[in-house]
Each structure stands twice: as structure tokens, then as C-alpha cells.
Design a protein around this ligand. Structure first.
Ligand SMILES: [Zn+2]
Length: 249
């Protein structure tokens, strides 16, 4: 049954993975062609975790993820982390195009923007934190490479979206936090400079306005309009400064 935010998953049996409540092996995977260097978070945009699970276990769908976390906090493993799950599609981050080969994909059971966009559930977040902590520790994944699907596919995707609590995740040092102390002055002379900096940070800028929207969705979610303004210029400048100084680790 699909988990509701109030129903807690059963504790795993002794000897089993304490962070995984259920195994639901998907046939939709193949071998990795790159080392694991990133995590991509998604929402399912479906009505409950069971339909999402059925889809990701159907060979005809050709989609999967390593983990699905229900709104009730149940962690379901579909694909072994060593294998290449099929969640990112056509995507790019910092010059890497085969994101599926480089990433561990986590699907969050959520109705998405299509079916009534809303806050992510607390039990789901509480299940995500220890799982993500283990993933980034095990594979030595930099915080700067814990990403949303919209970050790696800005022209096509908007998940997990502006309500995903990145700042809460950042307090656990599991992703970068939004820069708060911004320097005064305008760091980039013109839009071309901003786009080049955006690409340097990691985004695919093929569709410029969509790339700006993806950046806003992640770093200034209160206003997503695709417009380059002083505030987002300053946020990007600070992110790049921090990375150059090694703070992004
Ligand atoms: Zn997605």
C-alpha cells in the first residue's frame, strides 16, 4: 500500500540493511561507464509509491532509480549502487553527459507539479538524511554534486522543485547551502558572462532561460522567472568563490 506521512515503515529484520526497508529489484539497469561522483534527487510525480514502484520494475518503462522513498518514509532499493540505474535521461553536469553512469538516483514519492505541488513529508526527509549520508560517505561524493534532476536537465525537468528543503539538507552537510552573505557590487558585466559562469558552475546552458530558471529553483526558489538579476549574479559569484576556496567540499 502506498505509505501515508503518518504510517511509519516496519523496522528491518536483524542482519538486514538498517536503512533499507524493502528490496524491489528492477530489471532496468546496466553497467556503469564512470565512477560514482554524484547524487541526483527526483520526485516521482505519481499518486503514491506503489504505482511508481510498478513503473520502475516494468522492463517496458526503461526507467529506474537506486532508491525510492515513500511519503511514509519507507526506503525501497531497486538497483544495486554499483550498477547504472536509468533515472536521469538526457542530462549534463560539469561536462559529464552520462549522468546515469556517474550518479546514484533517489526517487521521492511525491505528486509533483502535475498533481498538486506540496511540501515534502517529514518521514520521507528523515529517511533521506541517513541514506544520503551513507551514500556520500561511502563514495566520497562532494556536497556540490548532490543535485536535483532540474540541475542536470534544466531544459526538460523541474524536479524535485522549489519546495525541496535543500537548506535543511545543507545543515547536515549533505549538499551546498544557499550563500547568504553576498558581496556588494555586480560581479558579472553582462548576461554572457553570467552564462559562462553558470556553465562553469555545472549547468548546461544550451537553453539559457531554462538554465537560469533551474539555477533559481535551486538557489533562490522564492522567485523563478528566468531573469538574470543582481541577486542571482551575486549568488552564483559567491558559489564559485566558495568552490575556488575549497569550501564547496
Ligand atoms: Zn526526475
Amino acid at each position: 500500500m502506498s505509505g501515508t506521512p503518518s504510517s511509519r515503515p516496519e523496522a528491518p529484520a536483524p542482519g538486514e540493511d538498517p536503512l533499507v526497508h524493502r528490496e524491489a529489484p528492477s530489471p532496468n539497469f546496466d553497467g556503469r561507464a564512470l565512477p560514482i561522483t554524484m547524487v541526483v534527487l527526483h520526485y516521482t510525480e505519481m499518486d503514491g509509491s506503489e504505482p511508481a514502484l510498478a513503473k520502475m520494475c516494468d522492463p517496458a518503462s526503461k526507467v529506474s532509480a537506486h532508491y525510492l522513498i515513500s511519503e511514509g518514509g519507507e526506503v525501497i532499493r531497486l538497483v544495486d549502487e554499483a550498477k547504472r540505474a536509468w533515472h536521469a535521461g538526457v542530462s549534463c553536469w560539469r561536462g559529464i553527459h552520462d549522468i546515469n553512469s556517474a550518479a546514484i538516483g533517489i526517487e521521492l514519492d511525491h505528486p509533483g507539479h502535475l498533481h498538486g505541488y506540496r511540501a515534502f513529508s517529514e518521514p520521507q526527509f528523515e529517511a533521506l538524511v541517513p541514506l544520503l549520508h551513507r551514500i556520500v560517505t561511502t563514495h566520497d561524493i562532494p556536497r556540490a554534486n548532490v543535485l536535483g534532476h532540474s540541475d542536470v536537465a534544466p531544459a526538460r525537468k523541474i524536479d524535485p522543485g522549489e519546495l525541496f528543503p535543500w537548506d535543511r539538507l545543507a545543515r547536515y552537510k549533505l549538499c551546498l547551502s544557499r550563500p547568504r552573505k553576498l558581496r556588494l557590487g555586480d560581479p558579472f558585466d553582462n548576461d554572457g558572462q553570467f552564462y559562462l559562469a553558470l556553465e562553469r558552475f555545472g549547468y548546461d546552458i544550451t537553453e539559457g532561460r531554462k538554465a537560469v530558471e533551474a539555477f533559481q529553483r535551486r538557489w533562490r526558489p522564492e522567485l523563478i522567472n528566468g531573469e538574470i538579476c543582481g541577486e542571482i549574479r551575486a549568488i552564483l559569484f559567491q558559489l564559485l568563490l566558495d568552490r575556488d576556496r575549497g569550501i564547496a567540499r
